[in-house]
Ligand binder design. Sequence first.
Ligand SMILES: [Zn+2]
Length: 66
Amino acid sequence: MSTKRGSGTTPLDRLKTHYDDVDLTCPKCGYEDADGHWRVQTSGKEVHYQHLCPSCGASRRRTIRL
Ligand SMILES: [Zn+2]
């Protein structure tokens, strides 16, 4: 089994992957949303991430400038 790499990878793809892999633990209640993911929206200059905790409903947002 080989991992596909390097073809069509953009900085945005890397960021998405990054946030999919880490930080899915809610800082409020400590719930680990192992099957969850950050929702990603981009406005061209910035990337907005949002994660909604399925346990307590806490919403976290992050903005990264490209
Ligand atoms: Zn929570």
